[in-house]
Design a protein around this ligand. Sequence first.
Ligand SMILES: *Cc1c(COP(=O)(O)O)cnc(C)c1O
Length: 822
Amino acid sequence: MNSSKTYQLNHIAQIVGGTLIGDDDFQIDRLSIDSRTLVLASKTLFFALVGERHNGHDYIQDLYDKGIRAFVVSENINQGLFGDCNFIVVTDTLNALQKLCAHHRKNFTYPVIAITGSNGKTIVKEWLYQVLNPHYRIVRSPKSYNSQVGVPISVWQMNLEDEFAIFEAGISKPCEMDKLETIIQATGGIFTHLGSAHLENFDDTKSLLDEKLKLFASCEWIVYCSDDIRVSDAIKERYAHQKVLLNWSRNTDSKLQIISEKLDKGKIELKAVYNGEEKTILLPFIDKASIENAINCWLTFLHLGLSDEHIYKGFCDLEAVAMRLEIKEGQNNCLLINDYYNSDLGSLSIALDLMNQQGKERKKTVILSDIFQSGFEPRDLYEQVSELLTLNEIDKIVGIGDNIASQAKNFQCESVFYSTTEIFLNTLDPNGFKNEIILIRGARDFRFERISSALQYKAHRTILEVNLTAMVHNLNYFRSLLQPNTKLMVMVKAFSYGSGSTEIANLLQYHHVDYLAVAIADEGVDLRTNGISTPIVVMNPELHSFETMIDYNLEPEIYCLSVLKSFESILKRSGLKNYPIHLKLDTGMFRMGFVDHELDELINYLKVNPYFHIRSVFSHLAGSDEEIHDDYTESQIAKFEDWSKQIRTAFAYEIDRHILNTSGIERFPNAQFEMVRLGIGLYGVSATKQNMLMNVSSLKTTISQIKWVEKDQTVGYSRKGKLNKKSRIGIIPIGYADGFNRKLSNGVGQVLVNGNLVSVVGNVCMDMCMIDLTDIEAEEGDSVIIFGDDYSLSRIAEKLDTIPYEILTTVSRRVKRIYFQE
Ligand SMILES: *Cc1c(COP(=O)(O)O)cnc(C)c1O
């Protein structure tokens, strides 16, 4: 086992300034901060971090049961419950984690590059890695681990065997960078780009910039673009006298002076002057951000003394960075998680985590390549991989590569090995995989994308991409608006507002939401049969579905006495008592629900009735998103408070109350009662603070065909698309049957092609429509965005005179949903 990471607890207590209660000599070599991530228990030190909504201390019992015996805590723990356990008691557990990793950093003298900036940190880090990798043994941040927690975890990965470290650091608030700087202690720095993210937490751009630049305090050199005068001035002001400033520019005199940029067939040739010599690179990416990221890397390589040939070849071979884990439907009811281009041990557990989140009820298979440059001997390395697989209850491993194959005996689960991807593909029978969740994860050279396409369900070219990371961001945003004890019900009705059913429910269950709500019983059955155990409310219970609801433990909304009585007769037959129900009050929506004069009868009926248990009483707001209705909303809330009190006082047990939907949560924080119901906000739409949310869904397709059509011809049905000049027409495979509304015909609708908005020509057909590409550059096969990050759902909704809810829920089921995590 690697010695540089083995620490004794008494030493750690000393480093973090804590008090050790337990065994001085107890040794650990791993850290964990997430109770859900499984790690080799016996050698793990768990830091019980305290967040706004999560408290690691709540999971100590759980982790103890899994075998963890060493904890860093800041709250009182009843140690009597944990006999052979070791605790380091500190005042702040995050601070302790940071101190330990800052201490760990001091063991190493090799160069450490730190990257910060508003965008491009991960890409620059990965590209540096891609080009430097053949020459150095490199340790780097897994994925985008760049936060107050991510940075220490990244730095903890440093080993004596490494020769180079590359870490990214990101901040969102004042006073955060000092801490990251102390942990990373960089010898070289790169500033990628200054944008406006997180500006709301700072006085102005200068303060944001100053905070970021603190990262470079210990650097010998800094790479940056001097064309942004704000960045250039701030760096000079702070560091001109102490450091080597390496700037690049397109305009002014600089260390790396860009003199030409020539586009050619999807590539760009850049020429520049460095130390009086002309240099050239050819870059396989042509978008503005990629070019800037690449120049930052270029200047870094030149400064590190890489040869011109090495640099030139490195850029030619540069590959897109797989920033995300993708979930796709495979053949034979398999689910594929694509994580190719990542093979390091550090991020394996992130992928296994997603597998656990989504893989209930399925066999779990991992297809894994050799892992390069881990800093471990093969035996140690694959022993660790095997432990991780065992802890995550993986059923089968398919190992590809000679190294992993040589360690075959290390794996406890069902296993099979191949020396190359070709051999695996040649013998592959896609029917050999059934009802499995399959993680496909390999180093770049193994080109595992070929495996994925062999196992994949051949999808229609029109897809709805669902960004799970964005969804979690939105969930956390709404949680941050709640009181600490307020419960959260999330609406997953209508196929989770069009974004999918089990995938979304799995994610929400994993993030411990208190309730899920569906519209009809069948939606709830679907969730239960796919392993969802979170309580589920059915908003529109229908008489014929009562037995099903009982069978699947679904809790009905009760909105009138006759429904209550029918349900009771079925409960009587089943012999069940105290069945959970949710009472709906109509305080002003005038839809379903009890009104005030019915309450006495309802209460009297339920009071002497053994069959029901009232879990909650709730109501729904008719206009919580609009200020003009605020008086009305307040009156609904007042009625609700009054009516629900009558019910609650009549029963001896606790009954939760809830009335707020998304815009209610945002606008009426005093009416949270015991629970709130989040809907559209989770999916990225806000009535008041759109910029706090991330877009979740993107509807995309590709151009099938392009043709020139002469002036005065007409395009499509009923000859509506009359051309007033010779036009270049693109055909895209999306029509009204996919949810592309026919009212978008004849120029009303627009779509985004290569960054340009283009108009729909003629009538939208059932399965396709035509767009005008005359004025833009586009080719067959190019991607088309119907709505997404850069063309919002709300804009289409406005054109159609409707609301985003309708746009989302009418994307038809034949459009495949593809999920990804960034
Ligand atoms: C759909 C629904 C919600 C969620 O509304 P949003 O505006 O999407 O947040 C809440 N409560 C009830 C009863 C609903 O039907």
